[in-house]
Every structure is written in structure tokens, then in C-alpha cells.
Write a new protein. Sequence first.
Length: 421
Amino acid sequence: MSRSSAIGFIAFEAESSFAESGDDTYTTRIIPRDGTLDLSNLARPMVERPGVFQYLNDASLYVPGAFNTGTFSFTMDLHGHGSTTNGSLTSHALLELLGHALGNVDSSQVGGALTGDSADAVSLTSTNTTLVAGGLLRVGALGDGRGEGQATVAADATSPYALSVALPGDPDTSDVVYPMLMAYPVSQVTDSDITSDDSTTNNTLRFILASGDLQYLCRGCVCTGLTISGLSPGEMPQIQFTFSAAYWEPVAQTFPSVTSATDYAPAPVASGSVFINAAGTTTRATIETREFSVSIGIGMQPIMGPGGVNQGQNVVGWSRVPAETSVSMSVPSEAATATPTWWTLFGTDPNSATARHLLWLSAPIDGRAVALRFPRLLPMGNVPTQSDVDGLDYIPLSFKAATDPAGASELLRAAFVLGMG
């Protein structure tokens, strides 16, 4: 009999070979935040065989066609580390999924107290922390009058750490450095092919999509869509994954699943900050944003071929291709002037213009903070004028997030970095 469509579970595991047949195990279960588990886009076509027949409406049986690709989507809370980051960091299911979606993760940073006699807004002295060049972190706590728990970026990996984004004030030895888990996209073309070798990142997955009734096993899965929502003030951040599968089949797994699911609560967007300045300039410059959104580009192209290991499977691999990521926001308008700030910036001759860098923080809460870092933003869309937002005058801005070719590592080159601390 039909049961509630709100009952079910989703679980996954990295594949050891592409769309490997005969293995239906999984290691990680997640809790999707959608109202239902929708399997309707796992669609394998039935192919008609037209012909010449003796009767007006005679026909032959249809043939099950090739699988091509089927898709499924689910939403998760965009949460932080889940526990204190004053020490070593622990990966979790959300970071693992982001690693498969974007290709790169980092959980190597270690938090701790500042230990030097002095620290300033553009450097940190500590001998009991481990930071990486390009690493996202927070310093201090809201209301301390110094770091205020706001986000910054380590410019190098040796104490005293230079900072790429100045803090609100000078921290002291009573303040704690809180590093973040990080996920960021592949930049090198040599890393564009998705692997299937049980790697923790840039690897194909198999998924179990189990309702209270039918269950399906999806093989050869990659993320083909990533949507972040709830980034404006007062909202709750969430992230929607869309995965595409090369093959799927019905299974009968133990239900309910006995695998526990790690679940961490997010924090609303409040008391954080939005830093934006000329790329390479560390001077703290923050703006108020009434609306803030990010459109993540996931470029993924199926590789078609005859070597499928499952009957009807004609996708034999996946390769990453360019895909645009952009940032949009609304900032307060200015008093009357012939040279408005954003009009002037967007209208500057590109031969002399400078890209921006931006650092967004949702909330300065240990274990629940989320940050987004964009090292090279290029003005796009329209040269901004003014628009109405909630009955007030705001200026709409749009930027393209671009790779930084000068970066010395994948982290420093990445068009964006998502941090969870």
C-alpha cells in the first residue's frame, strides 16, 4: 500500500570503479530538508518501433532505451563545523558532499589561542595553531571590541600569520583563532576528469534513495547543480544538491536504516559582515547588504561510450567544464553625488580597473558559522543605478567570481571558498 512520501532516507558512498555493479553498500546517511523524496526524474525512456502494419492501429512493443542520465535533488541545512573549532577540525557529511561536488576540501587547520605579545588587525601571532595559506578563520568573539568573531583569511602558513582581510580591531593573547572547514572548486584542467577510486573528493558516488515504499540505487553519480539559498539578513542558509546518475535500479535495503546520520543546526544570518575591497587590499571595508545571493556554477559533462558495466548504461564517465559563479547583492544608496561609488567602479576603464575581493560571514558563532570567500570578483550585469527594496533606495550589484591565476595553490586560485566553522 502507498505510504507517506515524507518518509525515507538518503545515503551514499564513494565508488571504487565507475557505476560499479554488484555493490549496494553505503557508509553515510544524511537528513534531507525537503518535504518529499522525489524520484520522478529517474526517467528511462521507452523507445517506439514504428513500422508498416496490416491494421490501422497495430503496433509493436516498445523497447527500453538507454539510461542516459537521471537526476535527483535534495536540500540540506548549510551549517558550520557542528562543534567548537578551538582545536582540530572534524569532517562531516556536508563537507564530504561538497568535496564531491566541487572537487576540493580542506580540514587540516587547527584552532587555538593567540600566544604572541602583540597582534594587530593584519597579522596573528600563535604557536599552537595550524593555518594554511588562503585558509578561512575567525578571531575572537562578538562584542570583544577586537576581532569581534569576524572572518578573515590567512595569507600564509607561518606564525605570525599575515591576513588578507583586516579584522575590526587588534586582537590580544586572550583571543581564540577559530579556523574553518573549507570546500572549493577545481581550477586545474588536469583535475577535470572525475575519478572512481574511493577518493574522498572529486569522485563519483552511489546513492540509496529509499522511500517508505520503493527504493532505488543510483550509480555513477556526480553533482550537476548546487544552489545556496538563505544568505540575506535574518534568513537560514540552506544548500540544494542536484545529482545526475548514469544508471539506477530498484533495491530492497533495510528500512529504517541503522546507519546514524550526523545532523547539525545552522544559524540565521545575523551579526556577521560583508567585506569588499580592491583585490590585494587588506584594509577593512564592510558594507550593509539587504539582499545577498550566490549562483554556483557546476559544469559537468557526461562522457558517452559503449563500455557501460550495467545493461543499458551509456554514460561511462564525467568531465568538468567551465561554469560561471556569480554574486549579487543590494547595498544602501548614497546621497546625491556626480560620482556615485558603484557607478564609478563599474564604469571604470577595464585597462585600469581593479577586481574586488569579498568575504561574507553569516554569524560569529563557534561551530555554526558559515563564510564565503571570493578572491577575484569582476563587475558584471549592468552599470548600477538605483532600485526599490522594501520601500527603500538600494543599489543592485552583480559580480562574476573568477579564478585567480596568480594563486600558488588550488585553494588560493579557487574562484570561491565555502567555509564552515
